[in-house]
Design a protein around this ligand. Structure first.
Ligand code: ARG
Length: 471
């Protein structure tokens, strides 16, 4: 049991208490951030004359040595230490002696952990954004190739009006694009440095908080030292955004599961992205999509857990906040895995375009267009709606579709029908004529695709600058 705070105590900590309290098992993930923050802190301490240049150099050498040894597997982060901060400090003192004891000057583990967690989360925001960008590119490629791939559009999971694969995928482009915008918002709001807040009330040392903030790529220091150590809003925002990403992935997964079903057969999953059954030899299951759908609950759970943990905590730091880590790390891993696997599955999935078009042709998806045809011939829309409704009933009775009826049959219901009706309600026309902004018509679609391309380029620039600043 290696602790930083034995002085005031006369008895050893109970073993179970120690284990219950210790966080190394999971906060060892923050190792790199802890070293980075410590280096920035001592560089600043020496600039301010609080440490000598020699002390600073010795400490930095010790810290980078620890980092190398851990990276090369020569030093294990073992569970003799209470947390990652104790591990680093104890090892530093072992290596460099008295200078190492000065590392914690003007710092508390409260601002230290606030910094580590923020650095780690900020990195994850950028990584998730990069995953989302890859997914958007796969979606956009599919859109470009499928401007004229017809499929039914649904409401209530009932065929409604014809649309295209490009248009359907375009809806998901919008969702994941908003997810990226949320990453950008979160990044901007969270990018302030809590280091120097101390335990809660700042310190009496003349720290230059601006300097450490800039050293670590922050916009500046946080402005209230109590809030700095007590704030986990950025995590809550990120988990809320991740929950939304999962909700989008889950809806998309649900559609793929439906499209892959025996009844639909709109898609063929790549063998590398599907699995078989141990008993039924004919099976090829959409397990990846199902798992992504299933894992959504874990990420929502993390959000709920942290919201609940934070709701009763008086200012400033309380140990409850240590509970932010395990669920967050699990959520970060889950979303990264889901985005990677989902993108791979999507990029290798094949479409059965004939079946999709055939499906779009039956189910009266052209009924609205047939009504619009009559409107163009001078029939008021409400009357046209009634006429087409009767026509649909007639077709259901005869087990046929509107476009398969003879002109005589059509005219028996309304004398406004002419031979131009077939062209007007063909699948191609139904889609092509939908040219309002955001609609599936090919010209409208091409406009949107152009905008998406421009968006991807400009967004990529914003984030690659930040990723660069990170390294
Ligand atoms: N392991 C702690 C956490 O994650 C570090 C901060 C400890 N601070 C303290 N006052 N005990 O929150």
């Amino acid at each position: 049991m290696a602790q930083l705070w034995g002085g005031r105590f006369t008895k050893e900590t109970d073993r179970l208490v120690y284990d219950f309290n210790a966080s190394l098992r999971f906060d060892k993930r923050l190792f790199h951030q802890d070293i980075e923050g410590s280096i920035a802190h001592v560089v600043m301490l020496s600039k301010q004359g609080i440490l000598t240049v020699e002390e600073k150099d010795v400490i930095i050498k010790g810290l980078t040595g620890i980092r190398e040894d851990v990276e090369e597997g020569k030093l294990a982060i073992d569970e003799r230490y209470e947390d990652i901060h104790s591990f680093v400090e104890a090892n530093l003192i072992d290596r460099v002696g008295d200078a190492g004891k000065k590392l914690h000057t003007g710092r508390s583990r409260n601002d230290q952990v606030a910094l580590d967690m923020r650095l780690y989360t900020r990195m994850k925001v950028l990584e998730i954004d990069a995953h989302l960008e890859k997914l958007l590119r796969v979606i956009l490629d599919t859109m470009e190739e499928n401007i004229e791939t017809y499929m039914p559009g649904f409401t209530h999971l009932q065929k409604a009006q014809p649309t295209t694969l490009a248009h359907h995928y375009g809806a998901y482009f919008e969702m994941f694009k908003r997810d990226r915008q949320r990453m950008k918002d979160i990044f901007k709001r969270m990018n302030y440095c809590p280091l120097g807040a101390g335990a809660l009330a700042g310190t009496t040392y003349p720290l230059d908080r601006n300097y450490t903030a800039v050293l670590m790529g922050f916009e500046g220091p946080t402005l209230n030292s109590m809030d700095s150590v007590a704030d986990r809003d950025y995590l809550i925002e990120f988990l809320a955004a991740l929950s939304t990403v999962m909700m989008h992935l889950s809806r998309f997964s649900e559609e793929i599961i439906i499209w892959n079903s025996n009844e639909y057969q709109f898609v063929e999953l790549d063998d590398a992205y599907s699995t078989g059954s141990s008993i039924m030899p004919q099976k090829k299951n959409p397990d990846i999509a199902e798992l992504v759908r299933g894992k959504t609950g874990r990420v929502y759970g993390a959000l709920m857990a942290i919201l609940t943990t934070m709701k009763g905590i008086p200012l400033a730091y309380n140990k409850d906040m240590q509970e932010d880590k395990e669920v967050s790390f699990d959520a970060f891993d889950t979303v990264e895995d889901c985005l990677t696997l989902f993108t791979g599955m999507l990029g290798t999935m094949k479409f059965k375009k004939d079946r999709m078009a055939k499906s779009a042709m039956n189910g009266f998806t052209n009924a609205t267009d047939a009504a619009d045809y009559l409107v163009n011939k001078g029939v008021p829309f409400r009357d046209a709606h009634g006429i087409i409704g009767r026509l649909v009933l007639y077709c259901i009775d005869k087990n046929t579709s509107i476009d398969a009826l003879s002109l005589e049959e059509l005219q028996a219901i309304s004398d406004k029908f002419g031979s131009d009706v077939y062209e007007a309600i063909s699948l191609k026309t139904c889609v092509e004529k939908r040219l309002t902004a955001g609609a599936p018509g090919p010209d409208a679609m091409r406009e949107v695709i152009k905008l998406h391309k421009a968006y991807l380029e400009q967004e990529e620039k914003f984030f690659s600058d930040k990723v660069f600043a990170e390294n």
